[in-house]
Structure formats: C-alpha cells, structure tokens
Write a protein that binds this ligand. Structure first.
Ligand SMILES: *Cc1c(COP(=O)(O)O)cnc(C)c1O
Length: 227
C-alpha cells in the first residue's frame, strides 16, 4: 500500500473513532510523523493533501524541512535537548510538543522571535519513558509558560508506555484529559489541545479526547532502527 492509500485508511479510522465518541471530525488533527523517512515520503503525503507533519529530532527536521514544500506545517513532537532549543525556536516549527521543564520553557522563550505555541509533556503513567513532567508539576509549568513573552501553552501531550494491547493506554489518555480539565480550572488557562495517540492506539486516544494524533508507521511504513 502506498502513502496515499494509507492516509485514506487513517482518515476512515479517525472518522470512525470520532463518530463512536460523538465528536466532530474537525476536532481532531492528524500529524503525519515523518521521522527517519526521506523527504520524498513527505512529498508523497503532501501530494495526497496532508499538510501537518511531525518530526522528533531538531537536526533531522532542519535538514528535511527546506527540501519540502513551504506550505507544509511542522510540529516538533520529540524530546528536546536544551542545546537544541535555539534552533527549535527559530521558526522551523509551528508547535513544540514535549516541553517538560521550566528551563526549556525559558530557553525557548528567550530564542523565539514570534509567538511559539507549546504543549507540556506529562508522564501520566509514572513509568516507561523518563521524559515528561510529573502530573503534580504541570500546574507550575503552565504558570511559568503564562509568564513567558513568546511561549504560549496550548495544552498537554503524553506518550504512554508501549503495550501491544491499546486498551491498556486508555486510562493514561483519560488521566491526561482529567489533568487538563483540572489545570484549566486551577490556573484559568485555556488548554484546548491534547496531543496523544500513535499508530497503535490513536482511536482510543480520540475516544478519550485527543485533538492531535501523531501517526508515523501506519502512514509511512516501518522505520529502520538505525540513526
Ligand atoms: C515516532 C513517534 C510517533 C509515531 O509513532 P508510530 O507508532 O510510528 O505511529 C508519535 N509520537 C512521537 C513522540 C514519536 O516519537
């Protein structure tokens, strides 16, 4: 199956999940995750009408984005190291998903010349990947973002530990949504975006309130494990 057909299948799956959840299709955006795929794959997806793409490494994105059509939108979805904050904030990305420390917030704010939407990554499961702040640290990060001049917090992001059974991720997704609701209440900050769900579990994430789903493998095929 080609990328175009894969995108059509994903679109059908998103529509079905939205319908099941009683949500409108336009409440959910698909991010096509092109990490470790050549720019030609991005072109193919762009020709099929996909506009929004995600990359997880600054350096790879920095090389790939200039080779792609200028009308595409890019999100940085992966963990960001502080020594890459300057480039990440330089206008390559429309949104940065994995901000999990005040240090990173301040660095992005210092280097961004125009408003920079970000999401706070929360480790809701307390296990698996070490990136993401603890749920109880999220309020302080929202407040810190509110004191920034360019950085704007738009919501939360999470990556639950991988499990072959996507139902096991449901509780993590619903916990992220509950945390979002509490934070909106306690900080008075609108947090409309919930970035959650990947190839394996995006339908469940949509049922639990995802507004941004990050899908790589089911669009572009398996990635090679090097690099
Ligand atoms: C790679 C990646 C994805 C996409 O994962 P797939 O399982 O290939 O859909 C989503 N989010 C992040 C943060 C990633 O690094």
């Amino acid at each position: 199956m080609g990328i175009k057909e894969n995108l059509e299948t994903i679109e059908e799956r998103i529509c079905a999940a939205c319908e099941k959840a009683g949500r409108a299709r336009d409440e959910v955006k698909l991010i096509a995750v092109s990490k470790r795929k050549p720019f030609e794959a991005v072109l193919e997806a762009a020709e099929a009408g996909q506009i929004l793409f995600g990359e997880n490494r600054v350096q790879e994105a920095q090389e790939k984005i200039p080779l792609c059509p200028a009308n595409l939108h890019w999100h940085l979805i992966g963990h960001l190291q502080s020594n890459k904050a300057k480039i990440a904030a330089s206008g390559l990305f429309r949104m940065i998903h994995a901000v999990d420390s005040e240090k990173l917030l301040r660095l992005l704010d210092e280097h961004a010349a125009v408003p920079l939407p970000i999401l706070i990554q929360v480790n809701v499961s307390g296990e698996g990947s070490k990136s993401g702040c603890a749920p109880e640290e999220a309020a302080a990060l929202v407040e810190a973002a509110n004191s920034c001049s360019q950085v704007e917090v738009h919501g939360l992001m999470t990556i639950p530990p991988f499990t072959p059974d996507p139902e096991k991720a449901r509780a993590h997704f619903s916990n992220l949504r509950k945390l979002r609701d509490e934070l909106q209440e306690s900080t008075g900050t609108p947090l409309p975006e919930l970035s959650m769900g990947m190839s394996n579990d995006f339908e469940i994430a949509i049922e639990e309130g995802a507004t941004l789903v990050r899908v790589g493998t089911d669009i572009f095929g398996e990635r090679v494990l090097t690099g």
